[in-house]
Design a protein around this ligand. Structure first.
Ligand SMILES: *[C@@H]1O[C@H](CO)[C@@H](O)[C@H](O)[C@H]1NC(C)=O
Ligand SMILES: *[C@@H]1O[C@H](CO)[C@@H](O)[C@H](O)[C@H]1NC(C)=O
Ligand SMILES: *[C@@H]1O[C@H](CO)[C@@H](O)[C@H](O)[C@H]1NC(C)=O
Ligand SMILES: *[C@@H]1O[C@H](CO)[C@@H](O)[C@H](O)[C@H]1NC(C)=O
Length: 441
């Protein structure tokens, strides 16, 4: 039996928070990693790269990888897991959600390029803590967010990206020297996004877990421009440690970063070009059904249809199928903070009860039952302590005297403004009559 080989005692639960809750919006699919990449693309080099991927990744899909990890997995009732007291009291041997366990195993460094402080703040309040480590780079400083601003004059957006990569490597190296902590000095996978992006780091961990981060991976939504394949910045892109270190060693001075690019808003193209020259190409990240996992558009646009023009669609290296969005999606655009907060709530906090919700669907615990509440109100508001002696008529009268109808309220409170108020009243009454007629019909 497989479990006999299990060394660790901890029991891991497949949680439904990640895949499951995302499936509220999207459909739940069974397979995690696209195992049948379609090679219908233009540059033949990429096809070769794909075949490589097939032998590498298909052989060790997430589940296979998981089986090698010496953990025991069982399904959990999220209602029980989140709310039942038994798990909260038993500190030892308590189960760990698969996504939490993955967070301790797969180190994700998030890199955000900040243009709008409001968006950066929304990121900080929503998905940022789901990364193992996060860096913000930008031109503006802010008290709330530790934005890193470079003192040198930047001449291209590539230079900013290049300096950011150099900064991170320097920072991580300093950590190694000064603290020698295992967790904080790690670089395994890095995701680079603009500030109008919602990232789901849990889904990225699922995707990259079976891959070897020391190799050169470059993931995102690839398009071609001027014969060059690259992952577009608007969908966010991911580098493995292997790719990251190649950039670090090839651009080891400020001068090299400065001469590596010429344009603004073309750092994604430049990165693709430089990685390509080192033999690292974008991979097909689509799901089995050809739906994408890195999205350069908002969920609204993707779901209710965008005009699929523009190079994002027309020059897509791996054309995306008609149905929006893999359930394992990793990025979306979210151009306003509200959207980010809403999506975050839907994904991480809202729970849909398909069963009865034995634990989590309980009314609030209160010291005062409903009927007692009224007694308290009568006493506090009307100084009536002897409740039993009040008839329902008396009770109604008290209530009417105290809390008037709107007409009464306006007459009593706005005696000095008769004109405005009478027109307000007329309008109100007309509306009320209309309502009455409607309800009668
Ligand atoms: C940068 O890398 C080159 C080799 O690629 C090396 O000769 C040079 O010394 C390095 N410079 C620094 C500052 O590390
Ligand atoms: C929910 O509760 C009702 C009545 O208490 C019961 O008949 C039903 O089987 C329960 N459903 C589930 C999914 O537990
Ligand atoms: C409440 O009623 C009691 C007698 O029933 C009276 O002594 C007391 O002064 C009243 N309190 C207020 C605030 O009216
Ligand atoms: C409502 O119905 C009454 C008769 O029942 C009628 O006189 C009055 O004009 C109706 N009001 C409207 C706004 O339709």
């Amino acid at each position: 039996m497989v479990f006999l080989l299990v060394k660790t005692k901890a029991v891991f639960f497949i949680g439904f928070t990640i895949g499951g809750i995302l499936a509220l919006i999207l459909m739940l699919a069974e397979d995690l990693i696209s195992t049948k990449p379609v090679c219908n693309v233009r540059p033949s080099r990429l096809c070769r790269n794909l075949e490589e991927k097939e032998s590498e990744v298909e052989g060790e899909s997430y589940r296979k990888w998981l089986r090698l990890q010496n953990v025991k997995i069982s399904k959990a009732d999220m209602d029980e897991l989140m709310y039942a007291k038994k798990y909260h009291t038993a500190a030892t041997n308590s189960p760990i959600l698969e996504s939490d366990w993955l967070k301790s195993k797969i180190h994700i460094t998030c890199v955000v390029f900040v243009e709008k402080i409001k968006l950066a703040n929304a990121i900080k309040n929503t998905w940022a803590p789901h990364c193992n480590r996060i860096y913000y780079f930008g031109a503006e400083k802010d008290k709330r967010i530790p934005i890193i601003k470079f003192d040198i004059k930047l001449t291209s957006s590539w230079q900013l990206l290049c300096e950011s990569i150099r900064y991170i490597w320097q920072d991580v190296s300093n950590y190694k020297i000064s603290l020698d902590t295992q967790a904080k000095d790690k670089i395994e996978w890095l995701i680079f996004v603009k500030d109008d992006t919602m990232v789901i780091p849990e889904n990225l961990r699922y995707f990259v877990a079976p891959m070897d981060f020391d190799k050169g991976y470059y993931l995102g939504h690839p398009i071609t421009l001027w014969q060059q394949a690259y992952n577009v910045a608007q969908a966010g892109y991911v580098l493995s440690k292997g790719s990251f270190l190649k950039i670090v060693s090839n651009f080891n001075t400020t001068e090299k970063c400065a001469t590596g690019g010429k344009y603004w808003k073309k750092e994604d193209y430049d990165l693709g070009k430089h990685l390509g020259s080192m033999g690292i190409y974008p991979l097909d990240t689509r799901n089995e059904d050809l739906s994408g996992i890195f999205h350069g558009y908002s969920l609204q646009s993707l779901l209710w249809g965008v005009a699929k023009s523009g190079s994002y669609w027309t020059h897509s290296l791996y054309p995306i199928g008609p149905d929006c969005c893999s359930p394992r999606s990793i990025t979306f655009s979210a151009g306003v903070p509200d959207e980010m907060y809403n999506t975050y709530y839907m994904l991480y906090r809202l729970n849909v009860y398909k069963g009865n919700g034995t634990y989590g669907n309980q009314p609030a615990a209160t010291d005062i039952p409903d009927q007692e509440m009224w007694k308290i109100i009568l006493e506090e508001e009307f100084n009536i302590t002897n409740i039993n002696q009040i008839s329902s008529q008396q009770y109604y009268k008290i209530w009417r005297d105290r809390y008037s109808e709107p007409e009464q309220f306006i007459k009593n409170n706005y005696k000095n403004m008769p004109d405005v108020l009478s027109s307000l009243l007329t309008a109100y009454e007309a509306e009320k009559k209309l309502d009455q007629n409607n309800t009668l019909i």
